[in-house]
Design a protein around this ligand. Structure first.
Ligand code: ARG
Length: 567
């Protein structure tokens, strides 16, 4: 049962005020002693022309409520505090869980509507940096969340594979390609070539001119240029895939910006026809002042070449037609906020159905850096993400070295990667973050390994018992102590937590929740002997353990974190 709705209904009957309005005011008290739900009566003071205390007393007098469901109502300073009967809370939570069991939390609220999640999107021939790691991890979690909630999800990797830098690389490759062995660390080598050709361009205007020519050739599909460009792309993707494999991340579509190069003219034509496109210093731009954006969006440069924003606009047209999306989320760093504001604003002039333009959303995230200093690929002091992941795995291996477990390599990988993923999702995505691997691997901190450890513990308790009790025959009075009730309330809240995470596009809502569940389980475990002489108590507690295991496993899965067999 949904206790909140039940209470709202009863208050609504007692006051003749709309149930939904009442429900929206009901809170969960921060202090446990104040009950399970609270109704702040000042919300109705204006409407009823009475003091909150009077309202509270009146409602308390009039309200009709089943004592088996709500065991107590108290008036405290204009608040009505409701105490849910422990037995009914336990019963309802177990009943709700039992409808889905292992699939607990899953739902159909998406009704097959389509959500595109665009994430990762690194630039080829450039290092995959720690910011790309963050979009990959957030995007993957959102992808899984929407899927779990019944949406049709499409994961897109919008590779940065377009631009003059590839022409420079081609020119560099022509000159020095033979000097390099691309079978190892190809991106480093391409980066090196890029550095060399850039230096040469600075020295020699003629080389720069050659690069410009090559770019034109590349744009016009010159076979030799395309071949080299494909080579750079393949080498890069192979490197990125090593990271995706470690993280367990997949995409439904990997389409680079270049894919849209022949689809941009349509954008220009549409904007031109609607006379939104104006000349500004030789370039073609769209003014967005009437949408509150002071910087015009450049659509075509003075030299006729297209830009990043134009390719994003072409991609919106393409995605609307190809996927008929309801939402299209862009998991990209906050430094691109203006870019997306502009692109979404111009998209409104493309003649698309409002459904599409309303569905565009920039899911931004804050700056991320390693403790030693700011990561910047330009300055060259980046730590390679692959190295970071390998380091996390080997550190995990050190930690579990002496433990009695099989498959240490697999467990080390699950724990190391789990630690990195959790660290990236631990806090609100818009916060700036210092990524501290040591902290992430602290088994006793609020970390991925801590949750994994608690999940493994639930599994080993169930294994040790060797059976799963029938939930219909439990003596519920055995699980009404404070620590168990606290855990069950959290379990009851799983679905709401997922909806909240979805509404905010915020996986950290799930991470924080899993920390709470883990801590609550730890207290439950310390305060109750699960396998014990009292068979009724054992059965009931085992079932709570099973429910906890399911919530933790499903929650971790949504974040993209695996659960080790043992740890
Ligand atoms: N490749 C870009 C970068 O690494 C991110 C692309 C973001 N996606 C987009 N549709 N513009 O900064």
């Amino acid at each position: 049962m949904d206790f909140k709705s039940y209470i709202a209904e009863a208050i609504s009957k007692a006051t003749n005020i709309n149930k939904d309005e009442i429900k929206s005011y009901i809170e969960i008290p921060k202090i446990e002693a104040n009950g399970d739900f609270a109704f702040p009566c000042f919300r109705l003071a204006k409407e009823l022309k009475q003091s909150p205390v009077n309202i509270a007393n009146n409602i308390k007098e009039k309200i009709e409520i089943d004592n088996n469901i709500i065991s107590r109502i108290a008036v405290v300073n204009g608040f009505l505090n409701f105490y849910v009967s422990k037995i009914s809370l336990v019963k309802e939570t177990i009943q709700k869980f039992d409808i889905q069991k292992e699939e607990y939390g899953k739902s159909n609220i998406g009704e097959e509507r389509t959500v595109i999640v665009e994430y990762s999107s690194p630039n080829i021939a450039k290092p995959f940096h720690i910011g790309h790691l963050k979009t990959t991890i957030i995007g993957n979690a959102l992808y899984k969340l929407y899927e779990f909630l019944g949406f049709k999800t499409i994961g897109i990797n919008h590779l940065g594979d377009y631009g003059t830098q590839f022409a420079k690389l081609i020119e560099g490759y022509k000159r020095w390609g033979k000097e390099y062995d691309f079978s190892t660390d190809p991106i480093d080598k391409l980066a090196d070539i890029y550095k060399r050709i850039n230096a040469l361009c600075e020295e020699d205007e003629k080389v720069l001119e050659e690069c410009r020519e090559t770019f034109k050739k590349l744009e016009n599909g010159d076979p030799y240029c395309i071949e080299l460009w494909n080579k750079f792309k393949d080498l890069s993707i192979k490197e990125f895939e090593k990271i995706y494999d470690l993280l367990g991340v997949k995409f439904d579509s990997i389409k680079g910006e270049a894919f849209y190069s022949d689809k941009m003219q349509e954008v220009i034509d549409i904007l031109e026809k609607s006379s939104k496109l104006v000349e500004s210093q030789g370039a073609k731009v769209v003014n967005l002042e009437d949408q509150g954006i002071n910087t015009p969006c450049i659509i075509q440069k003075a030299n006729g070449s297209s830009i990043y924003a134009t390719r994003d606009l072409a991609a919106i047209l393409y995605r609307a037609r190809t996927y008929d999306f309801d939402k299209c989320l862009y998991v990209v760093g906050e430094e691109q906020s203006l870019h997306f504001k502009q692109v979404f604003a111009v998209a409104k002039y493309l003649g698309l159905d409002k459904k599409y333009t309303d569905g565009l959303e920039h899911v931004s995230y804050g700056m991320i850096r390693l403790p030693e200093g700011k990561m910047s690929s330009r300055k060259g002091n980046f730590v390679k993400v692959k190295d970071l992941l390998d380091e996390a795995i080997s550190k995990s291996k050190e930690i579990i070295q002496d433990r009695d477990i099989e498959n240490k390599d697999l467990v080390a990988k699950q724990v190391g990667i789990g630690a990195v993923i959790f660290e990236d999702l631990a806090e609100s995505r818009t916060k700036n973050q210092v990524f501290d691997l040591k902290e992430a691997l602290n088994f006793n901190g609020e970390t991925g390994p801590y949750i994994q450890y608690m999940t493994v513990r639930t599994k080993s308790v169930l294994e040790k018992a060797g059976y799963l009790p029938d939930s219909n025959n439990l003596n519920l009075s055995k699980i009404t102590d404070d620590s168990t009730i606290k855990l069950l309330k959290l379990i009851d809240n799983f679905e709401d937590t997922l909806l909240d995470a979805m509404n905010k596009n915020e996986p950290s809502v799930i991470s924080r929740y899993l920390i709470d569940v883990s801590k609550a389980f730890s207290t439950f475990y310390n305060e109750n002997k699960i396998i014990c002489e009292d068979k009724e108590a054992e059965d009931a507690r085992l079932y709570v353990t099973y429910m906890t295991k399911t919530v933790l496993t499903n929650g971790l899965h949504l974040l993209g974190i695996e659960v080790p067999e043992k740890m």
